[in-house]
Design a protein around this ligand. Sequence first.
Ligand SMILES: [Zn+2]
Length: 272
Amino acid sequence: MPELPEVEHARLCLVRWTKGRTIAAALVMDARVVHGGAAAGLPARLAGRRITGLRRRGKWLEVTLDAGPRFYSHLGMTGKWVSRPVDAPAERFEKARLELVRGKVRTSVRYVDPRVLGRMRLEEAEPAFWRKLGPDPLHDGVDPRALGERLARTPRSIKEALMDQALLAGVGNILATEALFAARLDPRTRADSLDARTVKALARAIEATIARSLALETGPEITYVSEARAENPFSVYGRGGEPCPRCKAPLRRVVQGGRATVFCATCQRPRV
Ligand SMILES: [Zn+2]
């Protein structure tokens, strides 16, 4: 599932493929990917619009246009945009397509999504879901004081709190699991019990984990760091039962909020 680093990589790819180009045609092959009842109107409303840039907040992308509606894309679990020659055959699981033109050059970007959990939206103004997203750790950095104030308001476990998109936008299971390991913090610790020093260590660990994951994203196309790799690049994510890379104790796997968490019960302490 894409988290902040993968979506940032997707953004950089889309900038390269689309910025400055005009949408000659938009096609929706599967109306389920367009939310908010805009599927029928999407082709007509996007045709003729020039793409001026790409913004990202957490896991959401906004394709900024010269005029008209705002166009948002969320990759869900398995969504990705790919760049293809305009006359290339349809991709397997292709759900939507933008045909682009600049001068005489025609290209296309295609939205591929086997599980169809991604979504697109057209909005007239900045939508509520975008406004409700918390600070983006890459854009805004992770301010320990602000993070501490938000954590102090929730009795949930720190792991579940970190995955709340209103708290920090873009942190998912992988980043939360890895950052808690880096900060040596037990994922079951109550979010509202952390002292300032622990929150500061956690804020730094989140930033470092994102930087490390971003560095893994070098391909010409969108890839998911959790997939398409012969070796698991993470310290503890996906490694339940294996020895802890720090202390060699077997890593434990628990389920929190319906998602697996892997951690070391020996060197990840309830409080630092
Ligand atoms: Zn350990």
